[in-house]
Write a protein of this length. Sequence first.
Length: 287
Amino acid sequence: MNAPPATTPAPVALDAAGLTDVGRKRERNEDAYLIATLQRSMIVHDASPAEARGWLAGQAAGTLLVVADGMGGMGGGELASRVAVETVTEYLLNVMPWATRRMDSATRDASLSLPDVREQLSSALVMGDATVKSTGARTGTPNMGSTLTAALIIWPLLYVAHVGDSRCNLLRSGRLTRLTTDHTLAQQFVEQSSGTEQVPDGWHNILWNSLGGSHDVARPQITKYQLARGDLVLLCSDGLTKHVSDEDIVATLLRESTNRARCEQLVAQANDAGGTDNVTVLVASVY
């Protein structure tokens, strides 16, 4: 009796969309976001035959999602979030080990890690912290700062790098799980209290950990998870979470059929509920 032919697992696809909006109360949008595919590439300037010239790209190694929420007067928040995203992205592009090492897709599992990814993600955010501070000093806005939450997806692994109170969430089987912790005085108070005390007014808006927001060096939170087909990864600034409950977020993610529509509906919900802050939403789906 002949053995059945070996089956090759269907390739995994990832789709992502993002949207940012100034909201109903702010004059400037101080949020920033990025969605990028990481891959090796090469520009051939001259070759024989001539048809070999041009840009050549290798197989995609991963997908990077980033959300940043800036703070600081005189346009400092807008500058801080942009500088944070640019610095972190440029650092990862040049030094991340994905550029030279890949796990074979057939052997990847959650017990494995790509070498040095955690360390390089942490270093990228520390570099972002230093660059935001130096940019603020150079431009006369020394108090500017930014949150930053990044999700690096290298199937089936999800690495999350986080500073501040933007969030990364995972929707699986109808359940929304927060993968980040808010770096606010309010969250610290909740963790250290007995649960009966009321959080002091204003503490929800005070960050103890950010890029460029204090004299201390940023302390990135780096975590790793395993993804499964059907998962949705949601990144957002606090302009969404201060107005839209987790229950309403889940309902919207399940109801809408495309990631673009999910982003549009979540932004609209935040604005309909007051829109007191800029709001940014990124949604990525694995299928």
